[in-house]
Design a protein around this ligand. Structure first.
Ligand SMILES: Cc1cc2nc3c(=O)[nH]c(=O)nc-3n(C[C@H](O)[C@H](O)[C@H](O)COP(=O)(O)OP(=O)(O)OC[C@H]3O[C@@H](n4cnc5c(N)ncnc54)[C@H](O)[C@@H]3O)c2cc1C
Length: 402
């Protein structure tokens, strides 16, 4: 059955839109970021037009094939049978008069910066990523003020702009493709000063330095600071810092298993910071340092602001959300070390915030150990209702399932 369906799928598209495991680009289109999420797909379909994508989606939705939509793979999209690679959708249409950009969804932010730099460098301030250096000032990229519309292919193959069905547009904000396949994003652009002061500060790994960092950060957090100020604090092994410096975070793709806890916080305290450092210290010494290079702690500070309406996106933004802390751990391969890494991530929040703390995790990378009901809170029931309408069998295979 699977074999026949795969043959039928192949016949629907142009041969140039098919990648087999023998193709040299196959890995690039299939490797997930986190090793444990790899499901060894047998085929990649890379539609080059929206009509071709529409045929593929309508067919796959009705088939018995396990498939996953994949853009850049940072969310570790993988499938047993078919990857639908969106990388051919590289549209870039800047409307200077209306300060909007229609952006094909298969591109990386690097592609975006390079193209924008060529045609309108003063506008490079389009928000990069869901949460970014600019989200302390402008909110998340998916907020209604920033993401104006999404061109989608629905599971029955119809092509619409989601604003034609406003509940669909609402549901698609911060739910990682649970309702339809995105093709183009229509985004608001902002002129942004071209002078930006930034730079890394490297600090020694001593108790004294840690205390100074805590005092400094908590001091900043109690003052009202300018919304253009943001600070990322990384605790990671020097080898990893170097790998990222040389090749960007993409250099870590498929090098290890990876579990994470992106926690949204309104406020920082010295206790939270010092407990987090302690957690990080344990990941570095556990199993004789075997998780040293695959575990880290990241703080993205002053990187968010309240939404105009916190329920205006599928994922309800926690009130007062200002900072994010990521507890990240993994192992070179699956097995006992991987179990240990996973345990660090699932148990870490209790050690840092206390066993009964009510924590909010962001929805851009949900791990199977999160309960979607808790993550999507007040919006959960409405999202389920819409899931029943748009993808009742959860063919898009996302944590939100009807
Ligand atoms: C190292 C690292 C750094 C990160 N940094 C940031 C950051 O700074 N800010 C931030 O906000 N997030 C960050 N993230 C999270 C990241 O933005 C999300 O995981 C995002 O979903 C990745 O998109 P992708 O296209 O690369 O992933 P993919 O793995 O391709 O897809 C992720 C999910 O979206 C679905 N999907 C992909 N494309 C489409 C589409 N066109 N239509 C419908 N569904 C689709 C997939 O099926 C899958 O469920 C980071 C992740 C990693 C691993």
């Amino acid at each position: 059955m699977v074999h026949e369906e795969i043959e039928e799928l192949k016949a629907l598209v142009n041969p140039s839109e098919i990648l087999t495991p023998e193709s040299k680009e196959f890995k690039e289109h299939t490797l997930p970021f986190a090793k444990q999420k790899h499901r060894n797909p047998g085929l990649v379909v890379r539609p080059s037009t929206i009509d071709s994508l529409s045929k593929v989606i309508a067919f796959l939705a009705k088939s018995s094939l396990d498939f996953k939509i994949r853009s850049r793979g940072f969310g570790s999209a993988s499938a047993r049978d078919i990857i639908v690679s969106m990388t051919a959708f590289d549209n870039f249409d800047f409307d200077r008069e209306n300060e909007t950009l229609t952006l094909g969804c298969g591109q990386s932010w690097r592609d975006y910066y390079e193209k924008m730099e060529q045609i309108a460098p003063e506008y490079t301030g389009l928000l990069c990523g869901g949460f970014s250096w600019l989200s302390g000032e402008y909110g998340a990229a998916s907020d209604p003020a920033n993401l104006l519309d999404i061109q989608v292919v629905k599971l029955d193959g119809t092509i619409i702009w989601a604003s034609e069905e406003p509940d669909l547009l609402w549901a698609m904000r911060e739910t990682e493709g649970a309702f339809a396949v995105a093709v183009n994003f229509k985004m608001r652009c902002f002129k942004y000063p071209e002078k930006v002061w930034s730079g890394p500060i490297l600090l020694p790994n001593t108790t004294e330095a840690c205390k100074q960092i805590c005092t400094g950060i908590v001091g900043m957090d109690t003052r009202s600071i300018h919304p253009r100020v943001a600070l990322f604090l990384y605790r990671m092994a020097p080898d990893i810092l170097k790998a990222i410096g040389d090749g960007g975070v993409g250099a870590l793709k498929y090098t290890q298993t990876m579990y994470w806890n992106p926690i949204a916080l309104p406020k920082l305290t010295e206790t939270i910071l010092m407990n987090s450092f302690e957690w990080y210290g344990k990941t570095q010494t556990a199993a004789e340092g075997a998780l040293r290079n695959s575990s880290n702690l990241l703080f993205e500070l002053f990187c968010c602001t309240d939404a105009a309406n916190r329920l205006a996106s599928g994922w309800p933004r926690p009130v007062g959300f200002r900072h994010m802390v990521f507890l990240r751990a993994g192992a070179p391969t699956e097995g006992p070390l991987d179990d240990l890494a996973k345990n660090f991530v699932t148990e870490g929040p209790k050690e840092i915030f206390g066993p009964d703390a009510r924590l909010e995790v962001t929805a851009n990378g949900l791990e199977p150990f999160y309960d979607p009901k808790e993550v999507f809170g007040e919006n959960y029931e409405k999202l389920l209702q819409l899931k029943r309408e748009y993808d009742p069998k959860n063919r898009l295979r996302t944590p939100l399932r009807a």
